[in-house]
Ligand binder design. Structure first.
Ligand SMILES: [Cu+2]
Length: 153
């Protein structure tokens, strides 16, 4: 009986220790990464007050929202299409602080807003939307190229 209790006690200590170690190892990389990121952001990033995050996944989210939205408009799923149109605009807003080309920013913002307005009007003609989607995709391509010209650590 006593031996069993000791064994359980020892087992519990091992679990607690491994949990503590797990937490510690999770904290450490985050703590050591931050000063490194600040050092690397000595040029454009700090000047522009950019959020310390990679905008490339945002471009992927934007592309996905756009593609899903097109499918939903074609399928007559208006509510879902409107949700993705809103998503499209909000990802655009997230990417904005990373862009340093005001003209391109304006184009991107306008293209996303045009699509959202069109989808929100409820009577979206898929063929009319096609032109706006093509314009958006073209601007997104330019944005990706623009963002790749900067370093994001
Ligand atoms: Cu940036």
């Amino acid at each position: 009986m006593k031996k069993q209790k000791i064994a359980i006690g020892a087992f519990a200590i091992v679990i607690v220790m491994s949990l503590a170690a797990g937490c510690g190892s999770n904290d450490k990389p985050a703590a050591t990464q931050q000063p490194a990121a600040q050092q690397n952001s000595g040029h454009d990033m700090s000047m522009m007050n950019m959020p310390k995050e990679d905008p490339m996944p945002m471009m992927k989210d934007m592309d996905k929202a756009l593609q899903d939205m097109v499918k939903q408009v074609k399928a007559g799923q208006t509510m879902d299409a409107q949700r993705n149109a809103a998503q499209l605009v909000s990802t655009t807003d997230k990417v904005m602080p990373h862009m340093m080309d005001d003209s391109l920013k304006g184009q991107l913002r306008k293209a996303a807003a045009d699509i959202k307005d069109s989808v929100n009007s409820g009577k979206t003609d898929p063929s009319a939307l096609e032109g706006k989607v093509k314009a958006m995709q073209d601007i997104m391509k330019q944005t990706t190229t623009h963002l790749q010209s900067m370093s994001h650590n």
